[in-house]
Each structure stands twice: as structure tokens, then as C-alpha cells.
Design a protein around this ligand. Structure first.
Ligand code: T4K
Length: 398
């Protein structure tokens, strides 16, 4: 890795890139290859590939046990799991969601003819502000979907209070929050149900995958039916349904990755604190923290670039990408500025000032098992030199 001490060392100014291979946000963490191949052999021997197979059942039992939740219903991905949960809860009309989230949260509603109503976030937590939610309730509102963004628990109790006061259903998009706690209790136990994603880019993956987790027996039974076309017997269909099934090979990957879950979290935690150290003192650049009293998965390294920073967020991202550091601007520009919402609600931004401000300031940096302290120092040094250069400091040596 080249030393980066001054602006002339930067690839954006013509120097060779710091990394020969791209560093990705969301580079999959891969579990033990031999263990996985062992499962694959078993799958071949059994000739059982899908439809509630034995590995899916094992996977569900282990996830439920890990979270201390009664039911885990594994799905083909987090988006279908959201759609099934939304339908099983009978949501209709309008449902309040953040705009500052991955677009799947909003699409899962829109796809089913339900209007996502975007409420603003709390700029400190990046998750729905309960007061903002209150302001968006209308006679057509039937539910709220909170998102535990970055794996940090949403203001769960306050949202539950709003939901109870107005007779609304509350569920959570917990796609980022597998293996995280809220007040010492595992996320997965809150609201009517919570939805997980095990996509390749999540710190814990099953190639593609997701789950609905809940302590409600009736809801679990319903989503289980809906996941498999509503089949309740060989030729008995007792409910509307779709195909949301997790396949055996995905469950195999999930089982293998469950075995290395703690190792991945530890790598992410180390990376988080290495970034904290390496980025210290850069003006206007803040690393978003995690509550150390909770269990966190540390899967996202979030920088916020504020008005005090002499360099813009986008200039920093451009400089990082030139070095083959594929920094991301999640979740810019916000769902309300994506189609079809941009056309449907052209003025939504007027009530989303914090969403717009946060979406314009965030940079997500690479973490996971493929990162180490030396790579993190280089990433931070790029940010430091770009910021110093924009502030008029000609060179910096560390
Ligand atoms: N709710 C929330 C809050 C979510 O964040 C998500 C998903 C969902 C719901 C829906 O859950 P799923 O239906 O996906 O289970 C990625 C993921 O595709 C998406 O799952 C995730 N959120 C979102 C935050 O990130 P993109 O558009 O950034 O993906 P992409 O293709 O740009 O990949 C990210 C980086 O990872 C790239 O630099 C390449 C690298 N990569 C990716 C894959 C797939 C690899 O190195 N290897 C790989 O196999 O959305």
C-alpha cells in the first residue's frame, strides 16, 4: 500500500490507486468452506433441495434459539419476508415508514397497493422519529414499520406507544440488526414481528435469505402458510400465498455462517475501533457510534460529514473510489427521491428535513473479515488528506 501524505499521493490527482483490488462495503463474510461442502454432499445424497427441508428447519431452530424468539420462518430474501409480514398483518391504506432506508422497505408496501407515507428521522439515531410519525397519521393509516438502521435499535418503546394510542400495527424491518440487542433483549422480539435479511452483503449471509421472527403463534402459522402458496396439506390450500421459501443450499450457508457469527462480529468490532482511532481529529467528520451497553454486530461503518468539513461528502467519496475503496452513500437520496415516490409525492421532502440532511452527509466504509488495521489506516489517511487539502493545508504527514 502506498503512503498517502499529501494531495499529490492521491489517485484522484493521478497517483496509482492505493489498492489493486476493490474494497467493498458488503464484501461477504464466508464461513468454513469444508463444512459448507459437507452440507452440499448431504443435500445431494438426500435429494431434497427445497420446500421446508431439514436444513431449513435446523436453520430456523438455531436462529430462533439465538434470538430467544418463539418462531423463525425462513424466507428466500428479506424483501419477500417484508411483503409477507405486511400482508399477514392485514396492513392496507397507508403505512408510515422512514424514507431514509433501503428502498425495499417502501417497495414492499407499494408492490401490494399500500401507500408508504414517509416520516422524518431523528438525526441522532437515523431511525424514525416517534414525534414525526405521530404527525403523519391519518384516518387511512393502519401501521408503522420501524427500521433498526445500521443495526442500532429504533426508539422501540416510543413507537409502540404511538402505535397503541392510535390502534396501529407495528412491525420492524430488522434487516441490519441480526444479533443486536435493545435494552439487553435480542432484536427480533419486538412489535408484532420483525424481518431479517441474510443477503450476501449482510455481515451474516445465506447467499440470499431472510426471515420473519415473532412470538405470536397465530402470525407465525399464517406466514408459514403464505410462504408456501397457502398449502396446508398435499392438495389442500387454505390461505392466499406466494413462493417465499428458503432453499436448502441457502440454509446450509446460513448454518455454516452461524458457526462463525461471533468471529465476524469481533472482526467488525475491531475494525470499528480501528476506524475510530484512525479518523480521530478530522474536522467535520464523525464516526457514528454504537451503544456499548448493547450487543452490536458493527456491520456498518458510518461517517457523517457535516458543514464544518472543508471537503464535501461527494468529493471524499470520489477520492476514495479512485483509490479502489468502494465507499457507498447509503441511503442517498432517500426513498422519497426515488421512483415511483418522487413522482407520486413530489413535495415529500418538505417534511423530511433531517432525512435530506443525513442522506447528504453519510459515507459507508468497508468492514468485515477482509479488512485489517493497515487497510483501515490507508482508508482514513485518504479522508484526512482530502479534508486537509480542501481546508488549504498543503501536505500532512503521519
Ligand atoms: N431492508 C433494509 C433496511 C435493507 O438494507 C435491505 C437490504 C432489505 C430490507 C432487503 O433485504 P434483501 O431482500 O436484500 O434480503 C445491497 C443489498 O443488495 C441489499 O440486500 C441491502 N439491503 C443493501 C443495504 O445493500 P446494493 O444495491 O448496495 O448492492 P450491490 O450489488 O451494490 O452490492 C454492494 C457491494 O457488495 C458491492 O460493492 C459489491 C459487493 N458484493 C456484493 C455481492 C452481492 C460482493 O463483493 N459480493 C457479492 O456477492 O444493495
Amino acid at each position: 500500500m502506498k503512503p498517502i501524505r499529501s494531495l499529490s499521493d492521491l489517485a484522484i490527482n493521478g497517483a496509482p490507486p492505493a489498492f489493486a483490488e476493490m474494497l467493498h462495503v458488503g464484501r461477504p463474510n464466508m464461513g468454513d468452506r469444508e463444512a459448507f461442502l459437507g452440507y452440499v454432499n448431504d443435500i445431494f445424497d438426500r435429494c431434497w433441495l427445497s420446500n421446508d427441508g431439514p436444513l431449513v428447519q435446523q436453520f430456523e431452530a438455531r436462529v430462533a434459539e439465538h434470538l430467544g424468539v418463539k418462531h423463525c420462518v425462513a424466507m428466500c430474501n428479506g424483501t419477500i419476508a417484508l411483503e409477507i409480514a405486511i400482508r399477514a398483518l392485514g396492513l392496507e391504506g397507508e403505512v408510515i415508514v422512514p424514507s431514509y432506508t433501503f428502498v425495499a422497505t417502501a417497495h414492499a408496501l407499494q408492490w401490494q397497493g399500500i401507500t408508504p407515507v414517509f416520516a422524518d428521522i431523528d438525526p441522532a439515531t437515523h431511525s424514525l422519529s416517534p414525534d414525526a410519525v405521530r404527525r403523519m397519521i391519518t384516518p387511512r393509516t393502519t401501521g408503522i414499520i420501524g427500521v433498526h438502521l445500521w443495526g442500532r435499535a429504533q426508539a422501540i418503546d416510543a413507537l409502540q406507544q404511538v402505535a397503541d394510542e392510535h390502534g396501529l400495527k407495528l412491525m420492524f424491518d430488522a434487516a441490519h440488526a441480526f444479533s443486536c440487542t435493545h435494552q439487553g433483549r435480542m432484536i427480533g422480539n419486538f412489535g408484532a414481528c420483525e424481518v431479517l435479511s441474510f443477503h450476501a452483503t449482510k455481515f451474516f449471509n445465506s447467499f440470499e435469505g431472510g426471515a420473519i421472527v415473532t412470538n405470536d403463534d397465530q402470525l407465525a402459522a399464517t406466514v408459514r402458510l403464505m410462504r408456501n402458496f397457502g398449502f396446508s396439506g398435499l392438495d389442500e390450500v387454505s390461505h392466499p400465498g406466494t413462493n417465499g421459501k428458503m432453499i436448502e443450499i441457502a440454509a446450509a450457508m446460513g448454518l455454516v455462517n452461524l458457526d462463525s457469527l461471533d468471529a465476524v462480529i469481533e472482526a467488525n468490532r475491531r475494525n470499528h475501533f480501528a476506524y475510530r482511532e484512525a479518523l480521530r481529529g478530522i474536522p467535520g467528520v464523525r464516526l457514528l457510534g454504537y451503544d456499548e451497553h448493547e450487543r452490536n454486530n458493527y456491520q456498518y461503518v458510518i461517517l457523517e460529514v457535516d458543514a464544518r468539513c472543508p471537503a464535501s461528502r461527494d468529493v471524499i467519496v470520489e477520492a476514495l473510489r479512485a483509490e479502489n475503496i468502494m465507499a457507498r452513500r447509503y441511503f442517498w437520496p432517500g426513498c422519497h427521491r426515488m421512483e415511483p415516490y418522487r413522482s407520486l409525492f413530489p413535495h415529500a421532502g418538505l417534511v423530511l428535513p433531517h432525512t435530506e440532511q443525513v442522506a447528504a452527509s453519510v459515507i459507508v466504509l468497508p468492514t468485515g473479515q477482509t479488512m485489517d488495521a493497515a487497510k483501515i489506516d490507508t482508508v482514513a489517511q485518504v479522508v484526512r488528506v482530502v479534508v486537509a487539502g480542501a481546508g488549504g493545508t498543503p501536505s500532512m504527514s503521519f
